[in-house]
Each structure stands twice: as C-alpha cells, then as structure tokens.
Design a protein around this ligand. Structure first.
Ligand code: F3P
Ligand code: MN
Ligand code: MN
Ligand code: MN
Length: 544
C-alpha cells in the first residue's frame, strides 16, 4: 500500500491568484518623475562634499529601502573611494556606531577590512562594554549587524556576535529607549540585515523610514513607487504561473504538496529585479517539480518504482514511461518538459544549449533522493558527514542556482557551466544553509511521518547528544556556512550576472522560510504574511 503524507491543501485560491496583477497601472504615469528622482539620488551618492559617515548612512538607507539595484555603479564607486581613503589615511571612525557601519558596508561590498578595527572597543580580556544610554545601544546594534559579516577564524567578530545578541536582549529592560529604537532592536534580533531577503526588509524599512524625522522625501517617494512597480510585476508573473500550475494538474495529485505561491516566493526573494522575469518563471516551475519529486521519493513511490524513475532520469529517456504509475509519470514528464523549455530559452536568447548540464543536475538530484529512500527502508543511520554529502544535493538548491545562472547571465560560457557543475563552495554552502534550516524546521514532522534520518537525528545518533544539543550543533553549522560564504563572495569567479548574489539570497530565503517552523510545507503562518507583504498587499500611496 502507498503512503500519504496528508499535506494540508494550499491556503491560496488560484482563482484569486489568477486575477492578480492588473491594479497598479501608474508605472507610466510616474516614469518621468522616477527618472528625475533617480538622477537626484545618483547626484547624492556621487557627491564629493559629503563626509564618509553620511555617505555610508545614505548607501545603507538606499539599499534597505530596496533601491540599491538602481545605483550599483555609483555605490560601487563611492565604496571604493571610501575604502581607498581609509587605506591611505587610516580608519578614522571614532565611535562604535560609525566603525561598525563602515565595517559592515565595506564587507558587504567585498572589501575585506580587518576585524582589528574593533579592538579598541574591547578591554584587555577582549570583552565589549555594556551600553548605558541610547547612543550606546545604537553602537551595540550596529556592532551586532556588522558581526554577521565574519569570516572563519575571526574571534573578535564571533565574540561581538555572541555578546551583542545577548546584551541587546537584556538591555531593553535596563535602558529607557524610544519606541522607535526599541522596534529597531527587536527587528534586528529577529533577523540581522545580512540574513534578511531585501524585498521583505524594504517593506519594513520603508514603513520605519517614513517615521524618521530626518528622512529624505525624495528617497521615500522613490522607494514607494519602486516597491509598487516591482510588486505589480511579481503579481502578474505569479498570476500567469497559477494558470500553468492548475493546467498541469500536479496540484490535484493527492500525495504532493500544492505550494505554487511559496515556490514563487522563494524565487522572488532570490532574484527580484524586474528584468529577470524569465528566471523567476522557469525556476519556480523547477522548484515545483523538485518538491513534487521529493514527495514521490519520500512518500508515494515504491522502491522498485523509484529505481525505474531514477534510471529514466539518468538516461534522460521517456520512451518507456508506461512502466510508471500515472501520478509519477505526470511528475516526470513535467520535469522533462520544463527542463527542455529552459533549454529552448537559452538556445533562443543566448545561443547556447544547456541540456547536458540540467540533465546532470537532475540525475544527481534523483540519485540522492533514491539513496535517502533506501536509507529509510533499510533504517540506515548515516553519520552526519555522510548524510550531508547526499542531502545537500537532494534539497534542490543546486539545481535552482544552476537555473538562476542560466536565466540571468547575459552570456553563457562553457567555462562557467563546468565551474557550476562542480558545485563551487559558495553554491554548496548556500544550499547547505537551506538543507540545515530545512532539517531544523521539518525533521520532527518527518520523523513522525516516517523519513530518513536528517542532520539532527544523525548527529544525535553519532554523538549521543540530546535533541536540543543537536539542534545547537546544526545551528553552529549554519553559522559556519555563512562565514564560508562571506569569504567566498570576495573571490573572483568565471561567472557574470546576479549568480553570486543569488547564492546569498537563497540562503537568506531559507533563513526566512524556516525561521518559525516549516514555512514551506505547512501553509499559512509567517510565510503567508511574507507572501502578502511581497505580492498581494495593497500598493503604497506615493503622496502619503
Ligand atoms: C526538498 C523539498 C522541500 C524543500 C524545497 C527546497 C527548496 C525550495 C530549495 C520542499 F521538496 O522540503 P522537504 O522538507 O520535503 O525536503 P526533504 O529533503 O527534507 O524531504
Ligand atoms: Mn520531503
Ligand atoms: Mn526527501
Ligand atoms: Mn525536510
């Protein structure tokens, strides 16, 4: 008899989703004004008169408002100039707040400033001081945000992260803070800027910025208009995808999760810029099939069927599809079709055939899924290292990042494709962040349902740790992956386009999907809020 996971139905009505995307028709009406405002912001970022602290505050604000992508060149130049100035004349930032901001922004822009700039704020035991007033809290908050840019082995920053997290939690009781600062502290403790998907941060930050006394009205208005514009594009895309999804019929397969909206959100958080609609569309389809295939291997298929299916994928062959039951056939064919659609697109748009690369990733992916299914049936308990080798592949992030590369770069090269096919560290680490966070959030349900051991159970088994200790260990691994990525983004790569940033964004999306339980498999809750914020919530009124 077949198993069923009894996944809950989607919380989204596809009739409603299909109707989205036609409300905001003001893009053209505002086009001229938007261009004028962009010019004004460019002038500010280029300004030679502004001191470096004000410049950093401006750039931070522009990015957090979700506007960074309009000004990449200007920001790049301004950050280089600040870095050169520091290299030539010394660090120069006196207090903790400005030092931390400078450090965070420089690291964010791939300048490897040394952690020693924080040494002067520690005592002879290496401890930072507890703040005694609002300014002190601001400094600590800024240090907290900076510490998430640590690299492996940077003890000062590791300390800073541990100290500032705990201290910020306690300080609210001891210091009388303005409500606005208290909100900022809560927001930061909930998730640091470096881990937050920029789209979700933008909505929060626009609302917060509106209440600031020294806000720049041009920036605010531009941010609102831009938010509306990006949102209206996303709405339209998701409404078209809903049509595809309903026609495909996978939403009616009783064993598979029906999570189109959640899958679209993953992709909109990974690559949000308007010009990359093809990437969002096709990679969403890929993730729909990754999840459906996972459900086939986890719950629906018999081992014999899974062996046949894995072999079909390995040979990239659909000629004997009749050997599979209809539900698995539907998933396999859909996977085959969407992969070919991507290939058609790259041939037409980039003059490059990519099927061998997509095929290899699907083959690796399904082999990993089969291995996990065999582990489950044999009650095999792998060691954590053995587990991770397989399960980082099976989660689907590698495939997702390959598609992001294919569908966003201007020029596909064999060199880049071969590089990506070897799973470079940045890609492996970001996918590992997805895997480990997924395990933290989903493994309790999975164990109850019956599934292979996940990282927490593997570690408990090999080290005799209790569940809480194992969870802490896994969270420690997540932090290690982030530190690796912080280093990796500073290396040079044979790859152009948003790929590197997409790797970071994938890890960010995972932090957010799994922060409060399984925001992907279990519908509703926080993820529904994120979807509302990102896609369905009313547009801003730019006049307010
Ligand atoms: C593999 C799956 C998901 C995670 C999907 C991953 C993305 C969007 C990159 C849905 F399909 O989770 P699940 O918890 O069931 O995976 P698992 O490998 O633990 O069965
Ligand atoms: Mn699963
Ligand atoms: Mn699985
Ligand atoms: Mn899982």
């Amino acid at each position: 008899i077949r198993r069923s996971a009894n996944f809950q139905p989607s919380v989204w009505d596809y009739g409603f989703v299909q109707s989205l995307g036609s409300e905001y028709s003001e893009i053209e009406e505002y086009a001229e004004e938007v261009e004028r405002m962009k010019g004004e912001v460019k002038r500010l970022i280029n300004s030679k008169e502004m001191d470096s602290l004000s410049k950093l505050e401006l750039i931070d604000c522009v990015r957090r408002l979700g506007l960074g992508y309009h000004f990449e060149e200007e920001i790049e130049k301004a950050m280089s100039a600040i870095y050169d100035e520091k290299a030539k004349f010394g660090w120069g930032f006196e207090d903790l707040n400005s030092s931390s901001l400078g450090f965070r922004l420089l690291r964010q822009h791939k300048f490897l400033v040394c952690q020693d700039v924080f040494e002067r704020f520690t005592d002879d035991k290496g401890s930072f001081g507890v703040p005694s007033n609002e300014d002190g809290v601001k400094g600590l908050l800024s240090l907290y945000e900076a510490s998430f840019h640590a690299l492996e082995g940077e003890m000062i920053l590791d300390n800073a992260k541990a100290f500032s997290s705990t201290c910020l939690m306690n300080v609210k009781k001891d210091i009388n803070m303005s409500p606005s600062l208290a909100r900022k502290v809560d927001h930061a403790l909930d998730m640091p800027i470096h881990w937050r998907p920029n789209r979700l941060e933008a909505r929060w930050f626009i609302n917060a910025y509106e209440g600031e006394r020294d806000r720049n009205p041009i920036l605010l208005k531009l941010a609102k208009l831009d938010y509306n514009m990006v949102q209206s594009i996303h709405k339209k895309e998701v409404s078209e995808l809903a049509r595809w999804w309903v026609d495909l019929g996978v939403n009616n397969l009783a064993f598979a999760r029906d999570r189109l909206m959640e899958h679209y959100l993953w992709n909109a958080l990974v690559v949000f810029e308007p010009q990359f609609g093809a990437c969002r569309e096709m990679t969403t389809k890929i993730i729909c099939l990754v999840t459906a295939m996972d459900d086939v291997y986890d719950v629906f298929g018999t081992l014999e069927e899974l062996e046949i299916l894995t072999d079909f994928v390995d040979r990239w062959d659909i000629s004997e599809i009749g050997r599979l039951p209809p539900a698995i056939r539907t998933c396999y064919l859909a996977m085959y079709d969407i992969s070919n659609d991507i290939n058609q697109w790259t041939i037409k748009e980039r003059g490059f055939s990519v099927i061998p690369y997509i095929h290899k990733m699907w083959a690796d992916q399904t082999k990993a899924l089969l291995k996990e299914a065999k582990w489950y049936h044999a009650r095999h308990k792998p060691r954590l290292q053995e587990y991770l080798k397989t399960s980082v592949t099976s989660i689907g992030g590698l495939l997702m990042m390959l598609c992001c590369y294919l569908l966003t770069t201007n020029k596909i090269t064999k060199e880049a494709l071969d590089f990506i096919s070897e799973y470079p560290s940045i890609m492996f680490c970001s996918t590992a962040v997805v895997r480990l966070n997924n395990d933290l959030a989903t493994s309790s349900d999975e164990m109850e349902r019956g599934d292979n051991y996940k990282s927490i159970q593997c570690y408990m088994n090999e080290s005799a740790a209790c569940e809480e200790a194992a969870r802490q260990h896994v969270k420690g691994l997540v932090w290690e992956m982030w530190k690796n990525m912080n280093r990796d983004v500073c290396k040079s790569y044979p790859i152009t386009g948003p790929f590197l940033n997409a790797c970071l964004n994938l890890a960010r999306a995972a932090q957010c999907f799994y922060q409060y339980g399984d925001g992907h498999g279990v519908p509703g809750g926080k993820t529904k809020n994120h979807l509302i914020i990102e896609i369905t919530e009313g547009a801003y009124n730019p006049y307010q």
